[in-house]
Design a protein around this ligand. Structure first.
Ligand code: 13P
Ligand code: SF4
Length: 381
């Protein structure tokens, strides 16, 4: 949003598409593609205080509420909570935005989070600090190629991760996030479904291993989690024998194998609170450290190792697209109404159905319902 923003180049993987237009997902071959991220400058202390005051005032004036992800700048996490908004994982961001009465949602995260909010609340204005904040999973799963991939498996139930475009969601039977993917796929498997999974191959492999479901995969990856390295992690564990290892399941399987707890961002927070240890090694985006440290004074959190600080931001453990969110951007979009998320109305109804299933399933599960009964009830068995 500002002239002085730093432009970072980013590499991500995209599955190769064959002559028939279908992704070569069964072979898992990917091409490296280039993307970019625009990271705003860090405000000075005085600028930060002034920006926070401006945002507080504008939120009231515009009947708006902040919905922030755990990976965004600490200022946007703290201000969201202080002003009656939320900082959470992607599942709870979706639920909170849908249920809140504010007319405007300011979503600090990446584009799929804003799109999900808009799909669930088409009558609300959904603003984002920077509409170009993408995700390597979303970029690596273009809807036309994905649709061709689905056409190859007409007898499979299509389960897509929330980190996808509205068009990909519109092709899905179910949308899931990392906090509910295991429960939903397990219930589907128990009901006899075969699963077409997209786009994160590591999360997909983890779910397959945990549930025993028969699955085919789209071979996407998260540029942040894909960089964690098992060998270096094993060495770090040796140096910190008392430490517990917390891993987001977008990480490679050999990293997941070393975990004491595997789960979504909210599951990582829960494990840090509940596990009996003073030291933790954390394999997820470094934005998570803010909440981990704030909620666990006296405990130490160490970043899991990657390939090292490279020329690109691939190995710095912070998502370059999450880093595009800043206080100045939030203030500016609230003031001007710029960066309102638009989703093709023709897609909204189709994309909403699999998201609603996820929200209904998880709400009922929390209420004590048996997962098997939920599938029939949701019309998706
Ligand atoms: P969570 O759903 O665990 O918050 O993850 C979202 C994400 O983008 C992780 O990289
Ligand atoms: Fe996407 Fe990875 Fe960034 Fe999450 S951390 S938004 S999965 S690129």
């Amino acid at each position: 949003m500002t002239d002085t923003a730093a432009i970072r180049s980013v590499e991500y993987e995209q599955p190769l598409v064959d002559a028939a237009g279908a992704a070569g997902a069964t072979g898992g071959a990917c091409a490296t593609r280039q993307a970019w991220a625009r990271v705003p400058p860090e405000p000075s202390a005085a600028e930060r205080a002034a920006l926070k005051d401006r945002v507080r005032r504008l939120l009231k004036e515009k009947d708006a509420v902040m919905v922030s992800h755990y990976y965004v700048h600490p200022d946007l996490q703290d201000l969201a909570e202080e002003t009656g908004g939320i900082v959470s994982d992607s599942l709870e961001m979706a639920r909170f935005g849908r249920d809140h009465t504010a007319r405007t949602l300011v979503v600090s995260g990446v584009r799929f989070m804003g799109e999900t909010a808009k799909i669930l609340s088409p009558g609300k204005t959904v603003l984002m600090p920077d509409l170009d904040a993408s995700c390597s999973l979303d970029l690596g799963c273009p809807s036309a190629a994905f649709s061709a991939f689905c056409d190859r498996y007409p007898d499979h139930t299509v389960v897509v991760y929330a980190n996808t475009s509205a068009a990909v969601k519109a092709r899905a039977d179910w949308v899931v996030t990392s906090s509910c993917a295991l429960d939903i796929v397990r219930a589907l498997k128990d009901a006899g479904h075969r699963i077409l999974w997209a786009p994160d191959r590591h999360l997909g492999a983890y779910i397959e291993q945990q549930t025993g479901a028969e699955m085919v995969f789209w071979p996407g990856a998260c540029i942040v989690h894909d960089e964690f390295k098992a060998l270096e992690l094993a060495l770090l564990k040796q140096a910190h024998p008392g430490a517990k290892v917390l891993v987001h399941p977008e990480s490679p399987a050999d990293v997941v194998d070393l975990a004491d707890a595997v789960g979504s961002t909210s599951a990582i927070l829960k494990a840090a609170r509940e596990l009996d240890a003073r030291e933790f090694i954390v394999a997820t985006d470094s934005g998570m450290m803010h909440k981990l440290r704030a909620l666990n004074p006296g405990k130490t959190f160490i970043a899991a190792p990657t390939a090292g600080e490279g020329a690109t931001c691939k190995s710095c453990t912070h998502c370059p697209w999450m880093a595009m969110n800043g206080l100045a951007g939030v203030a500016q979009v609230l003031e001007t109404g710029a960066n309102a998320i638009q989703v093709d109305p023709a897609l909204i109804a189709r994309a909403r159905r699999p998201i609603d299933r996820m929200l209904d399933f998880t709400a009922a599960l929390r209420g004590g319902s048996a997962p098997g009964a939920l599938l029939a009830h949701l019309g998706a068995a």
